[in-house]
Design a protein around this ligand. Structure first.
Ligand code: ATP
Ligand code: MG
Ligand code: FE
Length: 336
């Protein structure tokens, strides 16, 4: 089964051709990061316009690189939520147009199901059930993947997403956008034990997260230094903040794996490309005999190959969408 996948939920215009859910024949990503850096974050209206400019070219490139034409494609998978409505609409409209013109079945995909499914691409042996920690720019979910397309959310963030916290702290210490990779880089030169930032606790659900507290602690620390004329060392702040966040992510994931007796753990989303999180999670899993899975960085941040992987299993399960498929900015995981 050959799937043409399209992703445009945020600031990446992406298309891919994926064979049987796990073999990526092409993966084209046109990133708008440089454009939005000017404004310190994603500007929705600019994102939509840029998607419109790029989408047809990106789709054609994906087909060309895979050495296929639309006549070879069995289904079109497209992200229809969650995300920026104007951005999502561009991908959905393009997918519907091709699907209608060429009579190819249309499969709408949940963006986070895509992030989770990115793990199938390079881990050919990974099959549900497994636990997945989704850490992206807008989501922090601890998910039990009971079966393909079957998700149980065990915990979620009460406030900021993990990636969002990286982005906000990066801005506060003057590293700029996007924050995650810049914090990781600065942290390599810093001391993770320099500043004891609080580990966020949520009282009633051991699998929930909260990152606004540590973000505020960083801001307070910076203000305190300025008032007391203490030198600010961005590298130490970056390393200490990164440790506070990744320690909590690892602890909650391990707690859930033990409690639910799940011996496979995957991570997904942009923050899953963070090497401190990866290495910490790998060590924690090894200690407990848990198999650890993660996508390569290129499949962690937004891409269409992951949408193709998710679309394949939805396609097998019989999911089909009609011409009335619309963008759903707040689509819930597991909804159709
Ligand atoms: P969502 O998937 O929730 O809709 P999104 O698509 O914007 O949000 P992703 O593309 O999955 O998010 O990931 C982007 C986020 O990942 C950003 O917040 C970015 O700072 C973060 N990120 C990327 N690389 C790293 C890294 N090496 N370390 C930490 N965070 C990172
Ligand atoms: Mg992005
Ligand atoms: Fe994403």
């Amino acid at each position: 089964v050959l799937i043409l996948a399209i992703e445009s939920s945020c600031d990446e215009t992406a298309a891919a051709v994926v064979k049987n859910g796990r073999e990526v024949l092409s993966n084209v990503i046109s990133s708008q990061i440089a454009l939005h850096t000017l404004y310190g974050g994603v500007v929705p209206e600019i994102a939509s316009r840029k998607h419109i400019e790029k989408i047809n070219q990106v789709i054609q490139e994906a087909l060309d690189e895979a050495h296929v034409t639309l006549d070879d494609i069995d289904a079109i998978g497209v992200t229809y939520g969650p995300g920026l409505v104007g951005a999502l609409l561009v991908g959905v409209a393009a997918a519907k147009a091709i699907s209608y013109a060429k009579k190819i079945p249309l499969v709408g995909v949940h963006h986070i199901e895509g992030h989770i499914s990115a793990n199938y691409i390079e881990n050919k042996d990974l099959e549900p059930p497994f636990l997945c920690l989704v850490v992206s720019g807008g989501h922090t979910h601890l998910v039990k993947v009971a079966d393909y397309g079957k998700y149980e959310i065990l915990g979620r963030t009460r406030d900021d997403a993990a990636g969002e916290a990286f982005d906000k702290v990066a801005r506060a210490i003057g590293l700029g956008y996007p924050g995650g990779p810049k914090i990781e880089k600065a942290a390599r030169e810093g001391d993770p034990m320099a500043i004891p930032f609080p580990k966020a606790k949520v009282n009633d659900n051991p699998y929930d997260f909260s990152f606004s507290g540590v973000k505020s602690a960083v801001l307070n620390y910076i203000n305190g230094c300025k008032m007391k004329n203490i030198e600010i060392v961005p590298e130490d702040i970056a390393a200490s903040f990164q440790k506070a966040v990744t320690d909590v992510l690892i602890a909650h994931a391990m707690h859930a794996a033990e409690e639910f007796k799940i011996d496979k753990l995957a991570i997904a989303g942009g923050v899953a490309s963070n090497s401190v999180l990866r290495e910490g999670m790998r060590a924690a899993c090894e200690k407990r005999g848990i198999s650890f899975y993660h996508p390569s960085p290129i499949f962690c941040t937004d891409n269409a190959a992951m949408i193709g992987a998710a679309a394949y299993y939805e396609y097998l399960a019989g999911t089909r969408h009609g011409w009335d498929l619309n963008a759903v900015p707040n689509l819930k995981l597991g909804e159709r």
